[in-house]
Design a protein around this ligand. Structure first.
Ligand SMILES: [Zn+2]
Length: 372
């Protein structure tokens, strides 16, 4: 009897021992497998605590995203597929952003686009909104500005523009009235400065390199920046070779000159003055890059009827000039057509604008504004 009891106890101990051994081996092999996948010991221990070792081993690959989620206490079991899908990005907020985007309802494709085209700060802004089902339509455009999202949505209600135009126009400011919300430009001396009813020059700005056009190219005293002048003189000279006279009539105008001009017009024509005269600071003429032209025999207001205008339309871009205010772009510029007003922007930009038939305002918000 006594002997049997001892025997039973011994077998029980042996069984227990074997069981322990098996459990131990099993555990060990889990750790080994996880270690082989290159997870840190700390991570492995949490993986076991979370009881997700099976799925991690089954995936059979290391995921830094998963590891960071685990180590930073931002792991959500339901997001595990996403952790494997998205390569870790060196940004403290990456996991948090990923979890938040998933929670809002964004799918893998959308999240890829969001991470590829938005900065971390921009994503922070996006996360303040509910799920935006058509976010991809916006992200197609590099100049989409998440900070304007409310304005895009609002402007879309009252217009029927496609997304490209919608984004471009809001970026220009067209969802607000002319002059209602303007800023003072910080690059007044750039050949690519945008001056319009939303972007005004500082009142004390005077270009530093003004030169006077030689009197073969103008009948009156006309000043422009040296680069613009040089290119206009070439233009005028080439036009004269084919028997055309394109002459400078008004180039650089000071802030005060424009102020007087505008106020004089305004006194006589307060309702329409803004459709043909710039307010002080809003005139391209203050940049020294704009020029009103005429011919030897035709005043500038009739310039649109001349062969010179036909030639200029086809050739101005070759010299870096654009015809700034056309009938088709009145809704963007806020000015009536001015066939005689040309603006220097350099050959590359002028050629792009000519070939794509867009305004400088559109070009600016698409390609210059956020290009630094
Ligand atoms: Zn002009």
């Amino acid at each position: 009897m006594k002997k049997r009891k001892v025997k039973r106890t011994v077998s029980l101990v042996i069984v227990l021992f074997i069981l322990l051994l098996v459990v131990n081996i099993l555990t060990d092999s889990t750790s080994k497998k996880l270690k082989k996948l290159k997870y840190q010991d700390k991570t492995i221990s949490v993986i076991k605590d979370l009881k997700i070792q099976d799925v991690v081993i089954k995936n059979n690959k290391y995921s830094k995203t998963l590891e960071e989620a685990i180590l930073n206490n931002q792991f959500y079991q339901e997001n595990i597929d996403f952790y494997y899908e998205f390569e870790y990005r060196n940004d403290d907020k990456f996991i948090n952003h990923l979890n938040s985007l998933i929670k809002l309802g964004y799918n893998k494709m959308q999240i890829t686009e969001i991470f590829d085209s938005m900065s971390s700060d921009d994503i922070e802004v996006l996360l303040k909104y509910n799920y935006i089902s058509n976010i991809s339509d916006y992200l197609k455009y590099s100049y989409f500005n998440i900070n304007y999202l409310d304005r895009y949505i609002e402007y879309e209600k009252s217009t029927s523009y496609d997304k490209e135009k919608l984004i471009t126009y809001v970026n220009i400011g067209l969802d607000k009235d002319f002059y209602s919300d303007y800023k003072i430009v910080d690059n007044p001396s750039s050949n690519l400065v945008l001056v319009n009813k939303y972007n005004l020059l500082p009142s004390d700005y005077v270009p530093s390199d003004l030169v006077t056009l030689s009197n073969s190219y103008s009948l009156v005293n006309v000043k422009m920046t040296s680069e613009a002048a040089l290119n206009f003189e070439q233009l005028s000279s080439d036009a004269s070779v084919v028997g055309l006279s394109i002459l400078g009539m008004s180039g650089y105008r000071s802030y005060d000159y424009q102020k007087n001009l505008y106020e004089r017009y305004k006194e006589n024509d307060p309702d329409k003055v803004d459709t043909y005269s710039a307010r002080p600071g809003a005139s391209e003429h203050q940049t020294g890059l704009a020029l009103d032209v005429e011919t030897k025999t035709t005043i500038y207001t009739d310039f649109g009827k001349t062969n010179e205008y036909k030639w200029l339309k086809q050739n101005a871009h070759k010299y870096g000039f654009i015809i700034r205010y056309t009938h088709e772009n009145t809704h963007i510029t806020g000015y009536k057509q001015e066939e005689w007003h040309i603006r220097y922007v350099g050959v590359d930009v002028a050629t792009y604008i000519y070939e794509n038939n867009i305004t400088f305002d559109e070009y600016y918000v698409r390609f210059i504004e956020n290009s630094n």
